[in-house]
Design a protein around this ligand. Structure first.
Ligand code: SF4
Length: 304
């Protein structure tokens, strides 16, 4: 059993095992499931992720509120045009993340990894990199297990809730998980996986949670796209031998302290950030009318 990255790396020692090996062994112990059953469950979740990352590419998926939608298809069409600055792998990862996020906003089936709001980052990143590397199924599922291990550590020692720690806790955690996963897929060491995860979290330290109209759509969808580029960037940094200098566990502690220091207006209440810009307020009124209901009962309760 491990509680942080330091303990997990100590369990690996010089065994030659990966982070995924330890995470799967730990899961076998606490769930009393066989390795085969755990790999089957990882496959089931990967299949859901894969579908959500593709459902919004050829057909525009629109949210229930009508606030967002269609960006996965827009990005996919743009990729097909051959234009764009980033390489094809990153472009595809962005389109996958947008699609997945839009499927979530349309109340479709996604895997909360670690949350629904940040659900596009890990699958978008993992799928596009696995395609580039032509990875084996077993290696993809083990990368998913590594992501789960990183998410476990963040959850145990901090939070993955935007309401508790801001968007750094949601999209930051998802980018850390994705960065570690693809670093392992690229052949990085366990230490390099945690370097990538640490840098990804540092890159969005302090990011606020400010959803327009209290809905997990805007800015969430595009932050999922941003999380993919963050994860791929950090994988490349780690694989180049560049380190975070601040260890992953200390970065997680810092993120939690920053989250606690954020005012409640910037933690999913829709009372700060872009949610209260003139356009953000106008969009809210268009959806809910001018009666003042944000749809976010936790921040209001006026109707109770
Ligand atoms: S802005 Fe808030 S609701 Fe949206 S993804 Fe970030 S943490 Fe989640």
């Amino acid at each position: 059993m491990y509680h942080n990255a330091k303990e997990l790396l100590a369990l690996i020692g010089d065994s030659g095992k990966s982070i995924a090996d330890i995470v799967i062994e730990n899961e076998m112990e606490i769930s009393e499931m066989s390795r085969e059953a755990i790999m089957d469950e990882l496959q089931r979740r990967y299949d859901i992720m894969y579908k959500a990352c593709h459902d919004g590419l050829e057909t525009a998926v629109t949210s229930i509120s009508g606030l967002t939608g269609g960006t996965g298809k827009q990005m996919w069409d743009f990729i097909k045009s051959g234009k764009g600055i980033q390489d094809l792998t990153t472009q595809k990862g962005i389109a996958y993340a947008l699609s997945c996020s839009e499927v979530n906003a349309s109340m479709g089936l996604i895997v909360a990894a670690p949350t629904a709001g940040a659900c596009g980052i890990l699958p978008g990143t993992l799928i596009c990199v696995a395609e580039k590397l032509n990875s084996e199924k077993e290696d993809i599922l083990k990368a998913l297990a590594t992501a789960a291990g990183v998410g476990q550590i963040i959850t145990k020692n901090a939070t993955v809730s935007g309401a508790e720690g801001g968007c750094q806790a949601e999209c930051g955690a998802a980018a850390s998980m994705a960065a570690a996963a693809i670093t392992q897929l690229c052949g990085g060491s366990p230490e390099q996986c945690f370097e990538a995860a640490a840098i990804a979290m540092k890159n969005v330290m302090g990011l606020v949670c400010d959803p327009v109209a209290g809905l997990v759509e805007m800015p969430c969808t595009k932050r999922n796209a941003s999380g993919v580029t963050n994860a791929i960037l950090c994988c490349d940094l780690a694989m180049a031998g560049i380190t975070s200098h601040i260890p992953f566990d200390e970065v997680v502690d810092a993120m939690f302290r920053v989250g606690k220091a954020l005012p409640s207006t910037l933690r999913e209440t829709a009372l700060g950030g872009i949610a209260v810009t003139p356009t953000g307020i106008a969009l809210k009124e268009k959806i809910f009318g001018g009666g003042g209901c944000s749809g976010n009962c936790a921040s209001c309760g006026a109707c109770k």
